[in-house]
Design a protein around this ligand. Structure first.
Ligand code: MF3
Ligand code: CO
Ligand code: CO
Length: 289
């Protein structure tokens, strides 16, 4: 639909098009005409939607804080899931993964050689030396937010600590690569460069994703790749960065018993941290912090 300069802008601001997204659209059209991949309007969140995603992230962050205060040796991953369900629901939220595509639990808990999508269980007891990723996704008022952190249980090997720290640095480096009117491919390229410089590999089969009105939206965010490629990032886009870093090779397989959990092919350790970010006029806002 073609808007006139004096029409109300499509973004929901209530402003005239010429005072709002007209220049923005012209810039996108010209980039598209030059052959660049540009986001469609669905991926550009309005002020109201961004506010909704921020509110959702408050609950999601509160949940991860609660887990960090309570997680300990001897606990089962089902107990963490119970904390997650109760906290989320008592704050008016819904755990987004619960029954999502048949996923049975409120969070993902991925331990040691598990890469992602580990399923909480009363039979899995945290033991000293474990490294675990807890990944939480919350729906509040229809808005989605998504973040994950690593936790180290008891006495952890130097090798495991280093992997956990480098994975965190990979996320930070990815955040720094987010630039309005920059390239999505710059995020993956900078993460891959850093991870490989430390002797680690970047998982290819899973990536970050647009988020906000649904659990997984476009674009797919690779954590490896080439600078100057992939979609142009523009203010209003909301997506996750969630690099999965393996101590060994990047190959993974899916646990046949549950159909969900990704595990390193060579049995090596894997670590992951995740944030939900908003591209702003100036740079990036980490919503899940
Ligand atoms: N929070 C996960 C992510 O980062 C969602 C996984 S979907 C599930 O994308 F069903 F596996 F939980
Ligand atoms: Co997640
Ligand atoms: Co995610």
């Amino acid at each position: 639909m073609m808007l006139s300069r004096n029409d109300i802008c499509w973004c929901g601001s209530g402003l005239k098009y010429k005072k709002c997204h007209l220049e923005f659209d012209e810039k996108l059209i010209s980039l598209r005409n030059k052959g660049y991949i540009t986001p469609n309007r669905k991926l550009i969140k309005s002020k109201k939607q961004i506010e909704g995603i921020r509110e959702s992230a408050k609950i999601n962050n509160g949940l991860l804080d609660l887990i960090s205060e309570n997680i300990r040796e001897g606990m089962t991953t089902q107990e963490i899931d119970d904390l997650a369900y109760n906290y989320t629901v008592s704050n008016g939220g819904i755990p987004a993964t619960l029954n999502y595509d048949g996923f049975p639990k409120s969070i993902c808990t991925s331990i040691n050689n598990e890469v992602c999508h580990g399923i909480p269980s009363k039979d899995v007891i945290l033991k000293s030396g474990d490294i675990i990723n807890v990944d939480a996704t919350t729906i509040f008022n229809g808005y989605y937010s998504d973040a994950s952190r690593m936790f180290m249980i008891g006495e952890v090997s130097e090798e495991a600590k280093k992997l956990v720290n480098v994975a965190k640095e990979c996320l930070e480096i990815g955040l720094e690569a987010v630039k309005p009117w920059g390239f999505l491919g710059d995020i993956g390229a900078s993460i891959q460069e850093y991870a490989e410089s430390k002797g680690y590999s970047v998982v290819r089969d899973f990536g970050g994703h647009g988020v906000g009105l649904d659990i997984h939206e476009e674009p797919f965010v690779n954590h490896f790749g080439k600078r100057g490629t992939d979609m142009i990032l523009v203010p209003g886009m909301v997506f996750t960065i969630e690099p999965m870093i393996n101590a060994g090779s990047y190959e993974v397989f899916i646990d046949e018993d549950n159909g969900w959990t990704a595990i390193t092919e060579d049995g090596s350790l894997s670590a992951q941290w995740e944030h939900t970010v908003l591209v702003t006029e100036e740079g990036v806002e980490v919503i899940s912090r």
